[in-house]
Design a protein around this ligand. Sequence first.
Ligand code: ADE
Length: 1000
Amino acid sequence: MVGQLLGNPVGILDMSCGVKFSLIFVLLRVLFTDSSHSNQVVLLDTTAVLGELGWKTYPMNGWDAITEMDEHNRPIHTFQVCHVMEPNQNNWLRSNWISREAAQKIYVELRFTLRDCNSIPWVSGTCKETFNLFYMETDESHAIKFKPGQYTKIDTIAADESFTQMDLGDRILKLNTEVREVGPITKKGFYLAFQDIGACIALVSVRVYYKKCPFTFRNLATFPDTIPRVDSSSLVEVRGACVKNAEERDTPKLYCGADGDWLVPLGRCVCSVGYEELDGTCLACRPGFYKAFSGNIKCSKCPPHSFSYEESSPLCHCEKGFFRAEKDPPTMACTRPPSPPRNVIFNINETSLFLEWSPPSDTGGRKDLTYNVLCKKCGADPRQCELCGGDLRFVPRPQGLINASVTVLDFTAHANYTFEIESLNGVSELSSFPRPVAAITISTDQGGPSLVGMVRKDWASQNSIALSWQEPEQPTLPVLDYEIKYYEKEHEQLSYSSTRTKAPSVIITGLKPSTRYIFHVRARTSAGYSSYSPKFEYETGDETSDMAADQGQVLVIVTAAVGGFTLLVILTLFFLITGRCQWYIKAKMKSEEKRRAHYQNGHIPFPGIKTYIDPDTYEDPTQAVHEFAKEIDPSRIRIERVIGAGEFGEVCSGRLRTPGKREIPVAIKTLKGGYVERQRRDFLREASIMGQFDHPNIIRLEGVVTKSRPVMIVVEYMENGSLDSFLRKHDGHFTVIQLVGMLRGIASGMKYLSDMGYVHRDLAARNILVNSNLVCKVSDFGLSRVLEDDPEAAYTTSGGKIPIRWTAPEAIAYRKFSSASDAWSYGIVMWEVMSYGERPYWEMSNQDVILSIEEGYRLPAPMGCPVALHQLMLHCWQKERGLRPKFTDIVSFLDKLIRNPSSLLTLVEDIQGLPESPGDVPEYPMFISIGDWLDSIKMSQYKNNFMAAGYTTLDSVSTMSIEDVRRIGVTLIGHQRRIVSSIQTLRLQLLHVQEKGFHV
Ligand code: ADE
């Protein structure tokens, strides 16, 4: 048939044309075999059939089957038909039976060429350009007789727009690809049939396939091959199965789309405990690693003191002697019971026995440390001990103690008690080893009779009481020293202080005025302490009592004043008689008036010390400058360098020549040009103030230049600049004595100022200058002006500009500036000095500083700070300004410390945890107690509640919740709120302090 066609003289399909077909097929095979269709399941591909296809043609001479070999010797099956010249063509070509397999819908892809009738010369109207595609479903797989009527038409297939394309001017046929969908197919298989009705066709390949969503892994789940629905708008929901060693987190799901694509992944699987994910699988954790939870996290190394020998361990086992408490997470290191408490000490009086100990050296690696105290009462034979009866009371309780102390009440006199204290933590119960204890045996008559009888009050002032007593007559052992214990009568249970003395007398200072105190004294011999003397109750004096105490001093002052006045009268008479210096007298009278006005403001002048005069009281400020400052001829000044910038202009260093004297180094403050009168007055105000002072610890004014430009203030030069930056630059370089020397200098300067009635208002390390001999001098004077100049000064709610961190609460709250508020600032300067220029209250905000001061918090001791100095600071920071030390007290206290350097050896770090301050420096008792804190928040009425419930330190209070506050008996909601809110601040502060490495 084909041969006929090829030999056709009309040349419809000539030989060369046949060759061209073959070339195209080779090309196509490459195309076919290279294309991958992972989501297609091929049911038939004529290009892949190696043997005969065995398709049937009806009539026999209609379609022609041609099989040629490609260059790989594989057959190329082609069917051709071309009876274009003959009318009424009806040529059928039928495939073999094709199994449907899982398909519901099949796709038939045809590749063919079709000659367009116009390209064939002399063809008549019989030429067609389409053919028809049919199918028939059947379960019968063996060949059945072909009956065209049994076939269902799928479609009429036409070539696409251009049938042919040109190749080098020659006409070649274009390969068409057409795909048709058939379905749903329900029988086991089907036949395809091609009907030619008079076209010239070469059917190059037939591919039949169906689509599926192929097996896949997604989110650690596998999804099987899935056949899409026939209805292309609905998806098949497929549930995935977790891979080995994985478990469902949320049901893993995918949806199979009509085109064989997986859509919408939902849910997932995760690797089980002991397994970790790697490249879509779950691998076992290696020995030494574990994974305690399912999830896509990695295996972790065993925590300290634990191990795992096997693969895929969900947990690591604890090493011998180490344990994990029930609630410990598997990530936590294994821990062990703590070592016993250390250094048990006691303090006993007639009614209570206070036991205290240091925490164990080894906490076992845990934080849940508690203590149990067991009491045994022993007779003469220490082996015959019995448990103490229920009469004994432990405050707060005998077991589960959080703090390392307990108070024992209601014990019997003349008995021996042994207290065994054990430390416990969350794994103590798990250990089978006996728990080591720290034991102490206490005899309740250990001191024997009191060696001290009557304790007398010799005198009392506002803040001090002097006591004395009879030394014991013929004691069996010599008395080494005496211990005096005292506390406010009202706050008996809250806190007490103690001090020691070798002599049978003591002066106790730092007491509150008009307050009743309880004192009792015991003696210490080489055999230990005696019992305490009975309690003695004495009251401190009020203001009048101090006056009485000072009577002697007053007498001296009066005598001096009378003498001075007499001298003044004589001199005045002399001047009057000589009729000279009228102006001087007037000026003096005027300043005396001012001075009088000043006294009326509350300042009582010190005899022999001038009184400060506020330059603002002068109508003409220039007059004030000239009264207090020397005018310097600018030719005597040589400016050398600019050393800083002040608010009004540059600060320079230079030299000042004075005729007949050596040239001296000076600092020169200049007033920059373009100033207004007010600025000039403000600038010179500082000179008017400084010029009134003459003290080695106050910066000395050399003079002013006001009559020429620039206006200048010339002061002595301080080689080391300001104290704060000097200390920061030399962090840790000085001995404590050197630091105390600096503080003593500042205190002495401040004493001078306060004696003159001058209130500095901006005392801070930045306003102290240091010379080459480490002498510190107070500088920066100017009253309110200095605050404008000070970068630390912030506006308060009342509108004032105040350096909050350095300023006393009453000065912040209602601008009550006084020497007492300067004393507060001095305490802060002490803290700055001892911490080598650390910023007070670190980075806390001003608001938080105010709040925390209000709630009783005070700066902790800087590292390495002697107790005595921190106590002095705390004394300066008393809320009640009248209780703060006067600068004269401060100077003499520091002098004492300098004279007795061993008093500076006890550092705050050394005494932390001890119940009371050491006897060496008793003058300044610590006042940050629960009592003070409650006073500060006006909740003093609850002091007993806190004590009774065992909250004895601010540390323990800081852990309290609102329930705890309720439980101890604070029933009013407003009070609960106030206390809890203050506890929160307290907690923050303690945390802050701990982070900084300081301790309260
Ligand atoms: N900066 C400000 N005043 C100073 C002074 N008197 N000496 C050195 N530096 C200073």
